[in-house]
Design a protein around this ligand. Structure first.
Ligand code: UDP
Ligand code: MG
Length: 311
């Protein structure tokens, strides 16, 4: 957006109802980067928090020139916050991290060193998924299994914790889509990539913003916004039912001509039910894509910024 500064690292932190974490996160990251002698700015993106998050950010930005903040007019979601951060960042490279310190800030230094060696994208890869329930782990596992298959990139341990060179940032910002899936897009753009492993820390303050249903919504939204593969499922089911209809068709005709046609009421009911469900699911899948197209075609902005501080 503004002038890009040599060597400057922009740390982008999407924050939603994180009033108790802002100051801690800022000081932790600041101290680590100062120690490592890395020039930096820390850019908080307040994603329409309902608590004192923005007031905390604004207070920091008065005291420290490295602290900057932008605030959304309402909650637009983490992806939107990430893109807003990338758009406002002035650094020659950007790191995206969570506000709850689940992404260890010491890893940023490691990422920055790799960037200095010429890597343009440095992906943070979870060496373990931290503490989560078995059910959560199962759902996340299936989601990333599907996503990885569908987009052809192994996403099992992917995270939003990554460093992007200015060139990669600009490439991402060129993408006009309304529902960007940051985690996958940052692999999709290519560039010279390195990975660093990190241990997911436990959240100390506040709670995770994800409920089960929001995760399901997230999964459906991202799969449909990233890939058309589920549509192929519709035609696949069409072929499967066609094959069955041939078999049953021949069988019924045979029975009819051999004079034993009255049987098979159960079969009729079953077929109705199966075909009915397949049709509805298929319509649902197509419907999801239509709603994606609808969202894109409206071309509304990804987010609305109503406040800035530290600029
Ligand atoms: N977040 C956000 N907007 C949202 C939800 C979350 O900006 O609508 C931020 C949140 O403040 C945090 C990060 O995204 O910095 C990850 O959220 P959280 O810790 O709740 O997710 P989890 O670590 O459980 O995946
Ligand atoms: Mg978290």
């Amino acid at each position: 957006m503004d002038t890009v500064k040599n060597n400057l690292l922009s740390v982008i932190i999407p924050s939603y109802n994180e009033q108790d974490m802002i100051a801690t996160t800022f000081h932790t990251v600041k101290n680590i980067l100062k120690e490592a002698d890395i020039p930096f700015e820390i850019l908080f993106v307040d994603d329409g928090s309902k608590d004192m998050t923005y007031i905390q950010i604004a207070a920091l930005s008065k005291e420290y020139p490295e602290a900057k903040g932008i605030s959304f007019s309402r909650n637009f979601g983490k992806e939107a916050a990430i893109f807003a951060g990338l758009e406002s960042a002035q650094g020659a490279c950007c790191v995206i991290m969570d506000c709850d310190l689940q992404h260890p800030p010491a890893t940023i230094v490691e990422m920055y060193r790799l960037w200095e060696q010429g890597y343009e994208v440095v992906e943070g890869v979870k060496s373990s998924r931290g503490k989560e329930s078995r059910f959560h782990a199962f759902c996340a596992g299936s989601f990333y299994g599907i996503i990885s298959k569908v987009i052809g990139i192994d996403m099992a341990n992917a995270s939003d914790f990554k460093l992007l060179d200015r060139q990669a940032v600009d490439a991402l910002l060129l993408m006009p889509e309304r529902t960007p899936f940051f985690r996958a897009l940052s692999s999709w753009i290519g560039f010279k990539t390195a990975t660093v492993n990190f241990e997911v820390q436990e959240r100390t303050v506040g709670t995770s913003k994800w409920s089960f249903f929001s995760l399901v919504k997230y999964a459906v939204k991202n799969i449909t916004s990233f890939s058309g593969a589920p549509m192929q499922f519709v035609s696949l089911m069409g072929w499967v039912t066609l094959i069955f209809s041939l078999i049953f068709g021949i069988q019924s005709l045979y029975k009819y001509f051999s004079g034993a046609a009255l049987e098979g009421f159960t079969t009729v009911i079953l077929l109705q039910l199966i075909i009915g469900s397949v049709l509805m699911i298929s319509l649902g899948i197509i419907g999801h894509y239509i709603s994606r197209i609808y969202d894109e075609i409206k071309a509304r902005p990804r987010y609305i910024i109503n406040k800035r501080c530290g600029y």
